[in-house]
Design a protein around this ligand. Structure first.
Ligand code: AMP
Length: 647
């Protein structure tokens, strides 16, 4: 396909081909993209792009975290000092630096510093189990880990040099605040983000500066270049955080960094800071929109990006009642850099079926192909392939995985295309409709999960002979992971010990809510596991577990209310309501009932944030400091303590 300055029409001969614009931009690198024979000069790395912005608006506030307000100049200088320190230790282009830090202004400085030193960052979530962190560090072979003293205790004892940004502050502050000159080029790595792997191991996706520069130029076209205020809520372990942190900071935005305190403060932050741009998964948006007052906070948001999983029609209709600004359904795998298609949802649109995922962003091509890699007939479904400047280098240290998913783009005749595993079709207006997956990957509450990774982890347990994990939706809107396990003969392992083993190795969102021990797994006529024949599991409560009863009046009120609404006899102190089968539709019922019993208002978001009798009751009675932090923050703390204790 010829590149032109405007979007190519749907090609009638192929019937199924889409191509985004090729956009010029001052941030577009010159060596790759040519527009009508012209090369476009500009920065070759995100670090350079940020430095140019800092020079344009040095006194503008770049970053807000809690009561800290940091200007572009300050952010630039502080990250330059850390970059120079990292360089003195040996960080240069293509060096991987693990970043294991809580969310704070220091995290943004650390990421910028890695990039300014020319290195690439590998996000390591302190909330992950220690074994997971060990695996990521060992697999990536990152020679450096950037962290803080507080969480340094959980840094695995590996051969990496651990740099504590607070502990080594005097040495860092002694560095020159001017930028380094040789911070790499567009073909160098910017980050390696690990995602769930179908082979049973997480896989590191290698993304280069050129991928991100091209994507940023595409976002300029999609969202416009007018800077605003962006509330950044996404963990750096997910690539959409790169849009929140770096598209913004290379365009003069003010970034308000949301901390680890949980989603219930998001509506207040949107109002307090006059947020104009916000990005979230539909799961997070649904949680916020469940409370009409929180929903109202979206009112002033000019650009709301929703993506990462299917955008339900019901959620969109709810959001539309509050939002007059632009709402986008964005779609894209990590392997093709952040987002690849965008659908700007028309104001007056009333959807009854799927909301389209739109058309390819600039510098991106989308094809829908059959199993022979031929474009399907117009309107037919097939597998979605993505091509263009977003297609990344591949998977870290696994060329065989790379060559399986990244193949030559024979349709356009240039470059490579990525096989997404998504099933889709083109609508008559050229928009793409997402229809589902062709494999066992899924999204659960916005998290990408390969069921095979959970199965492989279960099968590492010596007692387990066979394991299969499915996402069941026995009640509408209530998708839960259930593991079915056959033990070796004579083995007495319990379901809860298997669950504990998984919790020590996998991120919390990958741990099934229930493990069912089976004598054998059902088989289809041709001898494969019959996933549809697996039994429905009923809600189990922990009545039999001693020490799980409510200890005070508040806990009793909460436990009884949940039990009534769930229709179970008993809810244990530490059981997760959602694991017990609570759906988001039940949460407002609980709110009404608890408000009636306690005679006071309870924000709906509290009920989404505090999932156990113990944490919710603790929060509602406001007794202990620890109970005022959300479950997520508590889990992080617990993970830290667990790990510290095991050292
Ligand atoms: P990730 O690499 O975590 O960004 O996950 C990418 C996968 O999430 C895609 O291949 C899709 O299966 C799914 N996905 C992302 N965005 C959307 C969307 N807007 N609608 C439906 N599925 C989506």
């Amino acid at each position: 396909m010829a590149h032109g300055g405007k979007r190519a029409d749907v090609d009638q001969t192929w019937g199924v081909l889409q191509e985004g614009n090729v956009v010029p931009s001052e941030t577009m690198f010159d060596s790759k993209i040519r527009v009508e024979g012209r090369t476009i000069p500009g920065c070759k790395t995100i670090a350079c792009s940020f430095e140019e912005q800092a020079a344009r608006t040095p006194d503008t506030i770049a970053l807000v975290f809690q009561d800290q307000r940091i200007t572009y100049r300050q952010l630039d200088e502080r990250s330059n000092q850390l970059a120079r320190y990292l360089r003195s230790l040996g960080v240069k282009p293509e060096t991987l630096v693990g970043v294991l830090m809580e969310r704070s202004e220091k995290l943004v400085i650390a990421l910028l510093a890695v990039l300014k030193a020319g290195g690439a960052y590998v996000p390591l979530d302190p909330g992950y189990p220690r074994e997971r962190i060990v695996f990521l560090v060992e697999d990536s072979q990152a020679p450096f880990i950037l962290t803080t003293q507080f969480i340094a205790a959980i840094v695995p004892t590996v051969a990496a040099r651990v740099v504590c940004v607070d502990g080594e502050a005097p040495a860092i502050a002694g560095q020159n605040a001017a930028p380094l000159a040789d911070a790499g080029s567009e073909e160098n790595l910017m980050y390696v983000i690990y995602t769930s792997g179908s082979t049973g191991k997480p896989k590191g996706v290698m993304v280069e500066h050129r991928n991100v520069l091209s994507f940023f130029a595409a976002m300029d076209e999609a969202l416009g270049k007018q800077p605003g205020t962006w509330l950044a809520v996404t963990s750096i372990s997910f690539d959409i955080s790169v849009l929140e942190l770096f598209w913004t900071l290379t365009r003069g935005f003010q970034v308000v960094l949301h901390g680890d305190e949980g989603a219930h403060t998001i509506p207040q932050e949107i109002l307090r800071h006059g947020i104009t741009h916000f990005q979230s998964t539909p799961s997070l948006a649904r949680m916020i929109a469940a409370d009409p007052r929180s929903l109202a906070a979206f009112g002033g948001v000019e650009n709301l990006l929703l993506g990462g999983e299917v955008l339900p029609v019901s959620l969109m209709n709810t959001l539309r009642s509050a939002i007059t600004g632009h709402v986008y359904n964005v779609y894209g795998p990590t392997e093709t850099t952040i987002w690849s298609t965008v659908y700007s949802i028309p104001q007056a649109a009333e959807f009854t079926t799927n909301i389209p995922i739109g058309k390819p962003l600039a510098n991106t091509r989308a094809y829908i192909l059959d199993s022979e890699l031929r474009p399907v007939a117009a309107g037919e479904s097939g597998e979605l392939y993505l091509s263009g400047e977003g297609v990344v280098r591949g998977y870290w240290a696994h060329p065989e995985w790379t060559s399986e998913r990244f193949i030559p783009d024979r349709i356009s005749g240039t470059g490579r295309m990525y096989r997404t595993g998504d099933v889709a079709r083109f609508l008559p207006d050229g928009n793409i409709e997402f229809l589902g997956r062709s494999d066992f990957q899924l999204k659960l509450r916005g998290f990408r999960i390969e069921l095979e990774e959970i199965e492989a982890t279960l099968e590492q347990h010596p007692a387990v002979r066979q394991a299969v994990v499915v996402a069941r939706e026995d009640r509408p809107g209530d998708q839960r992971l259930i593991g079915y396990v056959v033990l070796h003969d004579g083995n007495a392992a319990t379901a809860s010990s298997l669950r504990d083993m998984l919790a020590s190795r996998l991120p919390e969102y990958m741990v099934p809510s229930q493990i069912v021990l089976m004598d054998r797994l059902p088989l289809t006529a041709n001898g494969k596991i019959d996933r549809n024949g697996l039994p429905v599991v009923s809600i189990q409560s922990d009545a039999a577990v001693a020490g799980n009863e409510a200890r005070n009046e508040m806990e009793r009120t909460v436990a009884e209310t949940w039990a009534e609404i769930l229709g179970v006899e008993f809810v244990g102190l530490h059981q997760n309501f959602f694991d017990l089968g609570a759906t988001s539709l039940m949460v407002p019922e609980v709110q009404i009932e608890l408000q009636r019993k306690l005679g006071r208002e309870i924000p709906l978001t509290d009920l989404f944030e505090f999932h156990t009798v113990s944490s919710l009751a603790g929060h509602l009675s406001g007794e202990q400091l620890a109970s005022r932090t959300s479950d997520r923050a508590q889990r992080r703390l617990a993970a830290r303590n667990r790990s510290a204790a095991s050292l």
